[in-house]
Write a protein that binds this ligand. Sequence first.
Ligand code: PLP
Length: 443
Amino acid sequence: MTDITPFLPADLDYQTLVDIDKQAIWHPYSSTLSAPDAYPVVSAEGVYFQLADGRKIIDGMSSWWCAMHGYNHPVLNAAMQAQIGKMSHVMFGGITHPPAVELSKLLIDITPEQLTKVFYSDSGSVAVEVAIKMALQYWNSQGKDDKHRLLTVRNGYHGDTFGAMATCDPVNGMHHLFSKVMPEHIFAEAPACAFDAEWDERYISDLANKLQQHQDEIAAVIIEPVVQGAGGMRFYSPHYLKRLRELCDEYDVLLILDEIATGFGRTGELFACQHAGIQPDIMAIGKALTGGNITLAATLCTDKVSDGICRGEAGVFMHGPTFMGNPLACATALASTRLLLSQDWQAKVKHIEAHLKEALAPLATLDHIDDVRVLGAIGVVEAKQPVDMAKIQAALVDEGIWLRPFGKLIYVMPTFMVINDEELETLTKAMVKVVSQPELFAG
Ligand SMILES: *Cc1c(COP(=O)(O)O)cnc(C)c1O
């Protein structure tokens, strides 16, 4: 055996990691001039992060929707190691392999039945780019080039690349910074009908009017089903989606569902569109696809879309990432999805939903809190003022938990497949304690 130790990262202490990080690394949506210290995590196990100074904290974020099986899961580790022993990567042009074949079959089985083709990519944003490109190329192939714009709703989030960014909320996505190079799409009011609220047609009238008015130039509607994630953590009625599907059919517009955050059980259904029982023409998935172990995303579409594109001028779909269908990622996704489906995941999510509702409810009575809402394994507390990020993050870590608030939102998304009652209680108690302190908020 070769000694592999010299190739592992050196054992740097907590402060050295923080210092070098600060000099050399740019973190998500952060300043190089004034970022608070990053927290060095050296390992993770079950629901816990191990910090470089020995502290163990409970992850309440599932690493941004991904890690529903927690960390260092033996089944997923074994699947990854087995695949590494065969091949980590091979090109996908003209080549196929068992992990991609098996995963595609499984994804087609568990997603809405009209979806019959899987196009792989390496991140959620790219899966959204691919979805948009599919919609545009579809209409091009039908000789309807005028259908080149997208209709979406405010408060959406679909990723950070240019095509995806152009469909994010224009205000919190800061469209004005890039307005000279970004396509201008059509924005309807955000769905305002709460998840359980009684349906009223006026909730979709703005979107319906815009769809009617612009039908000849709209290629597709793109939307996050039931849960608007990074654009505001808002939940809306599945009935909205039912009406949206009908309207898309009426005006001959494709429906793209972005299930990147909601897919794989988080909301209480395997895919959030199943709350509404609707079928998209195109669907993007990512995030929890591999249980958060390695990056992989996919865009699924119907035969109508795939055949429609390929009958057109180009004859092929014009996209093909280098790491498309990466075997290691596909094998991980296959193992993660099978592990999810082999257990009563829905009961776990229901159980967590009940706990979150009860544990977070008292926060709603506080003067500095605006709203508390829970759906599936997602608990959201919306404050009246933005959080003081550095202060609240430190307070949360001091209480032994990891949450990553943004703006006025403090939210929890536990590793729902593995967290036990005691850990769940520790997590929500600490969250309630920290969020109850008005001095951790601006204003
Ligand atoms: C995270 C997210 C994306 C972008 O995925 P990345 O992997 O970060 O590129 C797109 N859409 C939704 C709904 C997301 O939550």
